[in-house]
Design a protein around this ligand. Structure first.
Ligand SMILES: [Fe+2]
Length: 217
């Protein structure tokens, strides 16, 4: 479902019925400025400096991942405290049971993320996972986006053969990185981020906060 946040019926929506949700104009211009300012102050790391992630996502450019501060994390979690999240996962985002690792991301021309399903692979982390990802969440804070600039999230359905074995994936959604939107979908679900096109305006950075709503194993 894709809907303006002001028209979103929070009580009626369920991730069990509709696994992909796009809320347009979810973040206010004040939220956008607040998180842009925080991103300008944040400590960032490039993909090339994260060997395990680089191995898991080769030829994906050199996007950046930034650390989010405590105050920004609180503001983010307070705002996304929607009943549909608590209904689907069994606990609200600000509860002790929820494990949310929030990070800033910045994609520039040439950056992309190849197809994956958000399950935690052992080659992405040196530790055994103690929780599972239930919902993927992305929030976009750049000032503008144009259809020629790329950076869309493509979400796929798995196609199964008659024995229930995965044979291929089919596109189910193409989600534009609209400024001030909030995107959520249930995990595992195959998806990728399209490469940012050289036609993007000079200095363009696709700015997002991304997280997974995780619950214990
Ligand atoms: Fe992902």
């Amino acid at each position: 479902m894709k809907v303006l946040f002001k028209d979103f019926n929070q009580e009626a929506f369920s991730f069990d019925k509709d696994p992909v949700l796009v809320l347009e104009e979810f973040w206010t211009p004040e939220d956008q400025t607040f998180f842009q300012n925080a991103m300008n102050e944040a400590t960032w790391k490039r993909l090339a400096d994260m060997p395990a992630v680089s191995r898991a996502f080769p030829n994906c450019g050199n996007w950046s991942k930034g650390d989010i501060g405590h105050q920004e994390r609180e503001r983010f979690l307070n705002k996304i405290n929607l009943p549909c999240i608590a209904d689907y996962t069994g606990c609200p985002p600000d509860s002790k049971q929820a494990h949310l690792n929030l990070n800033y991301f910045s994609y520039q021309v040439g950056d992309c993320l190849s197809i994956h399903d958000d399950t935690i692979k052992t080659d992405e982390t040196s530790q055994q996972p103690s929780s599972i990802r239930r919902l993927a969440i992305a929030a976009f804070f750049h000032d503008e986006w144009d259809v020629d600039w790329g950076g869309e999230s493509i979400v796929y359905n798995e196609a199964m053969d008659e024995k229930g074995k995965q044979t291929t994936v089919e596109i189910s959604e193409c989600i534009a990185p609209e400024p001030r939107s909030l995107v959520m979908f249930t995990v595992p679900r195959f998806h990728r981020i399209c490469r940012i096109d050289p036609r993007a305006t000079e200095g363009y950075r696709q700015l997002s906060i991304e997280t997974w709503f995780m619950t214990g194993l």
